[in-house]
Design a protein around this ligand. Structure first.
Ligand SMILES: Nc1nc2c(c(=O)[nH]1)N=C([C@H](O)[C@H](O)COP(=O)(O)OP(=O)(O)OP(=O)(O)O)CN2
Ligand code: ZN
Length: 132
C-alpha cells in the first residue's frame, strides 16, 4: 500500500544561470507530497499520519517555510528541492517495514516533479547544499 501526505510552504528563490524571469528573486507557495510504501502494522497503519505530520514539520517545514531556498539549496529548482526533501526524509521513513516511495513538489498548481528512489540514487550527487 502507498500512503501520501501533502503539505505546503511559502518560500523565495531565484534560479542562477536561468535566462529569463526566474533568475530574479521571486516567491512561490510550494506544495509537496511524501509517499510511503509499506504494509499495515498491528494497528492497521502503513505509517501513523500524525507521526508523518510531525516529521514533515520538524525536518522540512522548520527549514523551508518562509526561507530563501538559495540559502539551503544552491540551485533550487523543483527537481532539486525534491532531491533535498528525499535526503532529509529517507532516514526517518525507511525502517524495513515501510520506505519512502515518491516525493512530489509543485511549484504551481500546474507544474510539478515526481521523483523515486532511482532518481535520488542517480542524481543526488548533483544536489549542492548551500552552507553557512
Ligand atoms: N523544470 C523546471 N522548470 C522551471 C522551474 C523548475 O523548478 N523546474 N522553475 C521555474 C521558475 O521557478 C519560475 O518561477 C516558474 O515560472 P512559471 O512556470 O511561469 O510559473 P508562474 O506561476 O510564475 O507562472 P505565471 O504564468 O507567471 O503566473 C521555471 N521553470
Ligand atoms: Zn520560481
Amino acid at each position: 500500500m502507498i500512503l501520501k501526505r501533502e503539505f505546503s510552504f511559502d518560500a523565495a528563490h531565484y534560479l542562477p544561470d536561468y535566462h529569463g524571469k526566474c533568475e530574479r528573486l521571486h516567491g512561490h507557495t510550494y506544495r509537496a507530497a511524501i509517499f510511503v510504501e509499506g504494509v499495515p502494522d498491528e494497528e492497521g497503519m502503513v505509517m501513523d499520519f500524525v507521526e508523518l505530520k510531525e516529521l514533515i514539520r520538524d525536518k522540512l517545514l522548520s527549514k523551508l517555510d518562509h526561507s530563501c531556498l538559495n540559502d539551503i539549496i544552491k540551485r533550487p529548482s523543483a527537481e532539486y528541492i525534491a532531491l533535498w526533501i528525499w535526503n532529509e526524509m529517507m532516514s526517518v521513513i525507511d525502517d524495513g517495514r515501510r520506505s519512502l516511495k515518491y516525493v512530489q513538489v509543485w511549484e504551481s498548481p500546474d507544474s510539478s516533479i515526481l521523483i523515486d528512489r532511482g532518481d535520488f540514487e542517480k542524481f543526488s550527487d548533483r544536489l549542492e547544499v548551500a552552507r553557512g
